[in-house]
Design a protein around this ligand. Structure first.
Ligand SMILES: O=C(O)C[C@@H](O)[C@H](O)C(=O)CO
Length: 272
């Protein structure tokens, strides 16, 4: 079984360009998701020609200029820290195109990929176009920024959302899964979590488990870690005193988020 948790690192991949996370189909066993976290310093240039992947480049922090062909999205990005809890800007580029990212300051960009061969318009997903949802009651409250949900016309397969879970709350809870290609009852979407903590020394617990417990891993997840969810339920618990953030990438054969709650815990939803 592939290790589901990936620690952050810093590897210089070009002058003033650093890779901090890399999940590929080859190194993860996933079929539908890849991701790359990069940190750009001034004068750093990140360039990539997409083969059989579409990408959503999320400007996690700082400002960056993203170009593709005649498209130039200058100095996009809205925040210096994800815990400003405001939406940010992203750029979508479909397969076969060449994208370039530069910055005049410092920027951290999460590149979210899914396999695709469809030529779709390159476009800015402006922060103002993120829909914001406040979900849950009691200690199950969280805020969701939908960058590209399953109804988005922008992407072929990619779903990208970011979730803010405040101190002492749970999210991705009650536990749910989407690991069966069985619409209309359930969709098959692989998922990844890119986590950040505030304060940075914090941790969350995340469990990834299946009904038959053939997969059942509970992890202490720290700032900058990535968790891979190939299948199964995947709840997150944030300890008292800390706020949690994660960015989810989801993708599968059909861009539809139809999940199935763990029947043992679905009663949580019926509380008044
Ligand atoms: O609502 C939440 O707590 C976020 C989760 O839905 C998260 O995006 C996920 O698990 C998607 O399958």
């Amino acid at each position: 079984m592939v290790d589901l948790k990936r620690k952050q690192y810093s590897k210089e991949i070009g002058p003033h360009v650093f890779e901090n996370q890399l999940v590929t189909r080859q190194n993860s066993g996933l079929e539908y998701i890849e991701l790359r976290l990069i940190t750009l310093e001034p004068d750093g240039v990140y360039e990539e020609t997409l083969t059989d992947l579409e990408v959503c480049a999320v400007v996690l922090t700082g400002k960056a200029t993203v170009t593709e062909g005649n498209h130039v999205f200058s100095e996009i990005g809205t925040r210096e820290d994800v815990f400003e809890k405001i939406p940010t800007d992203s750029v979508y580029v479909s397969a076969g195109k060449t994208m370039q990212i530069t910055t005049q300051t410092n920027a951290r960009i999460l590149l979210c990929y899914a396999p695709s061969t469809i030529d779709l318009p390159t476009q800015l997903i402006a922060a103002a176009n993120n829909t914001v949802e406040k979900r849950g009651i009691y200690q199950n409250k969280r805020m969701v920024h939908n960058i590209m949900d399953d109804q988005s016309p922008v992407s072929d397969k990619l779903i990208v959302v970011e979730v803010f879970t405040d101190s002492g709350n749970w999210s991705s809870y009650p536990p749910h899964k989407h690991d069966q290609d069985n619409l209309p009852y359930e969709s098959f979407l692989e998922e990844t979590y890119y986590h950040e903590m505030n304060p940075k020394q914090g941790f969350v617990f995340q469990r990834v488990y299946t009904d038959d417990r053939s997969l059942d891993e509970t992890m202490a997840v720290e700032n900058g870690d990535v968790v891979i969810v190939p299948k199964g339920y995947h709840p997150v618990s944030v300890p008292d005193g800390y706020d949690g953030y994660y960015l989810n990438i989801m993708a599968g054969p059909t861009k539809k988020w139809k999940f199935h709650n763990d029947p043992d815990h679905e009663w949580i939803l019926s509380r008044k």
